[in-house]
Structure formats: structure tokens, C-alpha cells
Design a protein around this ligand. Sequence first.
Ligand SMILES: *[C@@H]1O[C@H](CO)[C@@H](O)[C@H](O)[C@H]1NC(C)=O
Ligand SMILES: *[C@@H]1O[C@H](CO)[C@@H](O)[C@H](O)[C@H]1NC(C)=O
Ligand SMILES: *[C@@H]1O[C@H](CO)[C@@H](O)[C@H](O)[C@H]1NC(C)=O
Length: 888
Amino acid sequence: MRLPLPLVLTLLVHQWAIASPPTRRSYSTHDYYVLEHNPLAGATLAECAQELGLEVVEQAGELANTWLARTAKLMSGISTRTASDGVMDKFETLRLRSISHQGSDISSRTDEQLEARRIASSIKHLSLQTPRQRSKRDGSHLERAPPPPATTDPTKTSEAIAARLGFVDPLFTKQWHIVNNDNPRHMMNVTGVWEMGITGTGVITSLVDDGLDYRSKDLADNFDAVDSYDFNDHTDLPTPKLSDDHHGTRCAGQIGAAKNDVCGVGLAYDSKVAGVRILSGPITDVDEAAALNYGFQNVSIYSCSWGPPDDGKSMEGPGYLIQKAVLNGVENGRAGKGSIFVFASGNGAGSGDQCNFDGYTNSIYSVTVSAVDYKGLHPYYSEPCAANLVVAYSSGSGKQIVTTDVGENACSSGHGGTSAAAPNAAGVFALALQARPDLTWRDIQHLCVKTAQMINPEDPDWETMASGQRYSYKYGFGSLDGYAYVTAAQNWQLVKPQAWFEPAAVQINNGTMDDKDYMSGGQPIVRGGVTSTFTVTKDMLATHNFEGLEHVTIRVWITHTKRGDVEVELVSPSGVKSVLAAKRDRDRATSGYPGWRFMSVKHWGENPIGEWKIRVSDQSEEGHSGNFLGWRLMFWGSTIDPSLAKNYLLPTKDRLLPSVEETDTIDIPIPSSTKSHPKPTAGLPADHGEAGGESSKPAFPPGQDDTKGSPSATMTPTPDEGWFSDMSNLVSNQKWFFAAVGAVVLFGIGAGVFFWRRRVARRKSRYSSLADDDMAMNSVSRGARRPRAKELYDAFGEVSDDEDADEETGLRPGGHLGSAGLGFHSGFLDDDDPPTAGPTPIYRDEPEENEEGEEGAADHHDVSPEARSLSPGSGSGDGSWEHASQTR
Ligand SMILES: *[C@@H]1O[C@H](CO)[C@@H](O)[C@H](O)[C@H]1NC(C)=O
Ligand SMILES: *[C@@H]1O[C@H](CO)[C@@H](O)[C@H](O)[C@H]1NC(C)=O
Ligand SMILES: *[C@@H]1O[C@H](CO)[C@@H](O)[C@H](O)[C@H]1NC(C)=O
């Protein structure tokens, strides 16, 4: 009658260990052992464990009869050794006791000895598990270190998980972003969520992209046709038609690829995916706006892996209609809980690009996602900025993303870029929304802030925020962890409705910008920088029903003859600094910042009361110059009294300086325009998968001119103080004065040589098309500029069959295709100095007339009113990114 009980016990232990998710190890409080059990020797696993003082944790992977067990460490001084040895000692004692009377008369054996023998013979193997020390002090060490032990927990390898959860998808074990056997710390960590029964059921994600191949056997069952549409060809189904229309399908696979025998699985493999095709040809603003709201009561998440060009010189945002659509989405989508817009940060970091120059990623309404690679390092393409919320896994350090591809049974193992990071985040949100469909768009962001995991703590890019949490321009709040995110969502208390307040703009020395974007006045930006302050009072918060700071947005009005030299940073009352714009060598635009809006999440949770300081400085000695005209802060957070919450109305005149009171919000008529979004892969460097990442460099190293203590650095303008008084201060500092004169003379000589060479260069080039191009690069759309879109699309095309596209859309641009292509295509990877004929981008923004000798230098500083009025669209211009929104 002894048999049934052990059998039952064995079964119980077995069942329990198989059914529950792998538990977290706690090496600080417990010692872990592996015990191999022989069930035929007479003692049960439970009896063996009890005899040794061990607690069975779970089966060791798929190894039959092999178990992970643990015992609490003794907590006194030299304890650790004692505890470890204690278990091994017990086993040794048991073993000795079981054999001590061998050979003697059987009748003389005591029950105790028989018992010892029964148990000892049931333990085939026992060993202490020592975690290996991993050193991650610096990158080089990391590179040379052996791969971390993949077998620390054999139940958590992709093979073990596939077997346990019944995955037969042939590429599942290659999907390291789901289970990373080599670097278990670096993966989306969703399998624990699946084991809780959460797989995305009932949630729809829309891939706003270049189509979605619903004929793929991996996607067919999860395809939502009702909420899909093709805005390029205006057909119901988002069929990929161009030969390189594979991006949307790959992104969709990351989210909704089914659990079946095709390729791998999506992070939310029981969720639905819809496709909205907008990237395969020109579309209008109004269509883009419609696309971002398509099916927005049914669709929860819009995954968007595209944006303005990642060329390190563009500064563009969504036009007015598109901004309205996004606002409509968050206010009215999903029955008022708000559409979740997920945007990829961009692949232009290698060209010095930053996501705060992209009006989609620096919108408070989008979750901005950057990339982190297979080893948890920062891939060199992934753009940093203060608007980055989180990072998700993507290509780099030798690995890419494995997912579904266009075709019935086609898979891709070469997906990557921030393009692939965004859908990984969307997949995690889809899981969370199954668990908590009531989460609002802001809860989704709060949960990111709260649950993101710090990676590479030694990275100098991490800085401590006022809340005590750490933030990095490269990683945002850290890497998105599916398990941490969803379990936090399950117990999440919804945030109160949104509140905001926007004090009037601070004007500096009568700086103004009119409704034609003409800017005047302002204070010259001197070497050490110009600072200005604004004080937020307790009253302001109370008046605006405001508490709990989330986003800060900052409009700036700056003129400059080389925008890329300008650095802008914001310092909060508690001294936390947000770098909003760092130097961008390639950005030679002369149009400055005509009310451009930056965004920072680095002040999340901070008390906004006190003095905010902005510092605008010139990070170059090239002799370019400009004025700081004004700035305007805006604070976003939650309401004190939810019953007083109201919807935000999109203003139409908020780019004017000084601020004007907008009594009505009647939309001013803004022409709609057509534009084309180039292929998401166009800006992605070819080596995005192979190139090693890093975790040792700050995203924005302090500028060499960061002379905060110098007298010129702290010229806080006051309303009554003219810049002339400041100027006289400077001149009275003779050293400075003579140094400046010397610099001007040297610059003049340099400029002379420069312009002489430029004239030579121009004679060899077809310059005529360039002026046109200038405007495409920098102007707010003027309707007439439209047809250029397609030509830029061509410029980006990596594949020669763009010809097909042209036949289909009938939008073959005439004339200057070659030159348009030159600037962009080469701009991504090479320096902006292609040896081929034709004007180089370096000349794009130079006024055509100012070519002559030393005078040219002076002329540089005088941007004509016309040039200024053609400033790039910032937030509220329409069609501001008509010329080719580069994608990720
Ligand atoms: C990853 O998920 C597992 C459950 O599967 C959980 O125990 C672990 O804590 C998660 N990792 C992090 C960093 O939260
Ligand atoms: C939402 O889904 C329902 C049911 O699938 C469908 O009938 C309806 O047309 C959808 N609505 C929208 C706006 O897509
Ligand atoms: C700004 O404008 C006021 C009123 O027009 C004028 O008195 C003042 O001198 C101006 N300040 C500067 C620095 O131009």
C-alpha cells in the first residue's frame, strides 16, 4: 500500500511544475541544485527532496526526471558556504550510511539504514548550481566575453518553450526577439504572458504601411479585412503590389503571425492585423489623415514605421489635417479611450539625425520606439532624442528580425531597423489590451514609463530625472518587457483625464513671426549661448486644473544661417536638462526654427513649479549666425478634478510670435496636398544587422562650446533690455572682441576659397533644378510643389522596378529626377559630398546670388525675408513633409 502515495506525489509534483510558468530565480536568498531522480529505486522525488532539505522548483527543461530544487541560504555571517555544504554533506552522510553495513547480516540492518539506502539510491545526481558572474563594465569586455550561459534555466530556452507551448512554427526558435537563448536578458519577454493565456485575442492592430499580404498562410487567419484599405490604389484590400512592398507584411508578422506551421509567430499571435496601404505611391494629406483613423473604433493600435527623411538635415512634421486626425484618434478612437499610435524613432542616427526633428515621433500622442539589438546594445542607426519613450528589440550585433514575408509560405530573416522595433512594441500593447481593454492612450505611455527595464546601466547616456527614475536619449526609459508590462497593466489604476496649460510665448527682444513665417527681431546667438527663463507658479497649475506632469513641449523661434549648428536645451526647476536639438552637421538649412515644436518626456513626474530655462547656443565656429526670437512652453499632464476635463482643440495660429488669443477654433482653409512616403527600408543602412552596437557613448556629448560659466553664456534677456546693451558688454571684453575679429577675418578668407571652388563645381553641374529642390527640402508646401513627391520616392527606391510603380500611378516626374535622387540617396550613408557630377547637398541652402568672394560671408548672415518665409513646416503647416517622408 506504499506505492500509490509516492505515485500520486510524483504525479502532483510533475503536474505542478509543468503547468506553472518558470519561476524567477533568487540567487541572493537561495542556493539552487539540480537533482536527478531515479523513480524506480523506491523513493519519491518529494521524499528525496525532503531528506536533503530541498524544495523542488520545477523540471529542468525537457530533461526527464531532472529537477531544479533550492534551499534558503542561512542568513548568518559566513552562511553561504555552510548552507551549500549542508545539502551536499547530508547527501554524503546518507550515502555513507546506506552502504556502511553492506556485506553484514541482513537481519542486523536497522530500519534507518534501509531507509537511507532507499533514498540515496533514488538520487542519481546532485549538484550545486552556481550562477556565473557576468562582467559588463565596458563594451570591449562585453564583446570578448563568452556568451552568457544559455542553460542557466533549461526550461526557458526557445526549444523548451516551443515544446511546452506546442509551437510547431519552424522558425520559432530563430525568433530571438521572442526567446533569446544567448542573451536571455534581451528579448521581448512575452512567453510568460502567453502562459497566462494572454495572446492578443480580440485586439486589432493596423499596419499603416506598404500593404499586408493577407494571402500568407501565417496571416490569413488573423487578417481583418473590414478595417483594411489601400489608400494608394484605392481598393479595399491592401494587397502588396510593388516588388518591394514587403515591409508592412513583415511588420504585421511580428504582431499577428499565427501559431501554425508557417514561419514564426507574432508577439500577439491570436490578435488581428489590418493593413492600411499608404507607402506605395503618392497620397494626399487627407488620405493620410483618413488612414490614421481608419476603422478607429475597432482598431486599437496603429503601428507606423515611417516618417520624414532620416537624413540628418530634415525637420518636418505632420501637416494640419494629419495632426487633426491624430488628435481625433486619441480623443475619439476606441470609444474615447484613444487610438494607440506607435512610431519608429528613425534610422538616421548614423547621419546625426535625432527624433526631435520629426514631428510624428515628437508628438505627445505617439509612443516613440527606438531600437536595441540582440546583445542589448544601441544600434548605431537608432535615433536618440528626448521624445524617446522606450526601446524594443531589432537588428544589430549580427542578428536581424525573423518574421513573415510576402507570399503564401514565405518568411524573412532580414527585417530590422527601428521599423521592426515599433511593431514589437505594438505587439506588447496588443497583449496588454487583451488583459485591460480599458487602458487609455495615456495609460499605455504611463505603463511604458513604469515598466521599462534599465539596460546597460553603465552607459553614460543614462541620467537621473527629478523623479529618481533614469532616462536615456538612446533608450528612453528602457527596454520594453512584455511580462513586466502586461502584469503591471493587469493591476493598473487608470490615470485621470488629460490636462494642459500653455503660457504665452516668451518674446526676446521683440522677436516676432507673422502668419507668413517671416521672422524678425530677437537676440543674436553668441558663442556661449543665449538663455531665457520662464517661471511656472502654483497658481498656474491650479487655474488649469493641472497636476502630474507628463510631456513638456517647447516651441522655439530661431533664425540661423546654418540650422545644424544650433543646440537647444531646456533645464527644469530641479535642474534636469533635456537636450532638444544637438548639433547636426548635415543640416545646412537657412530657415531656422520657425516655431518648431520639440517634446521631452524627461520631465515626466517632475514638479513643474519654478524656473524653467532654455539655452540656445551655436555649436560651430564656421561663422554662421542667427537670432533667438522667442519660445513657448506647454505642459501636459493629468487633471486635478476629472469632472472639469475637456478635450484639447487644435489651434491654428500657435506658430505666431507673439502668441495670439485664439477665440475661435474654426479651421482656416489649408490646401491639401499629395505626397509620397518612401519605402520604410530606404533609410536603413545596409549593415544595420551586422554592425555591432554600443553602450558606452552619450547620445549628445556636451558641446565644446558648453561654457556655461562664461559671461556671455548667461545673457538672460529682460523685457526692457535691448541687445545693444549686451553687445556693448561684449565689446568691452577686449579679448573676446579681438578674437572675434580674428575669426571673422579668417572666415572671410576661408569663405573666399570656398565660394571660388563652389563656382567651379557649379559650372559642372545642372544647377537649374536645384533651386526647386531647395524648396522641396525646406519649404512648407505650397500646393504647387506636389509632383516632386514621386520623384523622391524614386530617389529612395533601392530596387530598380520603381518603373513599375510609375506605370501604375502614372506619376512619372519629368525633368530633374537625377538631381533629386542624388541628394537623398547618397545622403543616407555617404557623406554629403558625392564625387559624381551634380550639385552636392552642401549647396542646397545657400542663396544662389551670394557667390562672390569675401562678401559672401557677410551675405550669409542676412537671410532674405523670402528665404525665411519658406521655412519648413513645423507642427501646423500643411503637407509639410510632402517631399518624401523617409521611413524606417
Ligand atoms: C520576464 O518574464 C518572466 C516570466 O516569464 C518573469 O519572471 C521575468 O521577471 C520577466 N523579466 C523581467 C525583466 O521582468
Ligand atoms: C467594426 O467591426 C464590426 C464587426 O466586425 C464591423 O461590422 C464594423 O464595420 C467595424 N467598424 C468599423 C468602423 O470598421
Ligand atoms: C521693442 O519694442 C518696443 C516698443 O515698440 C520698443 O520700445 C523697444 O525699444 C523694442 N526693443 C528692442 C530691443 O528692439
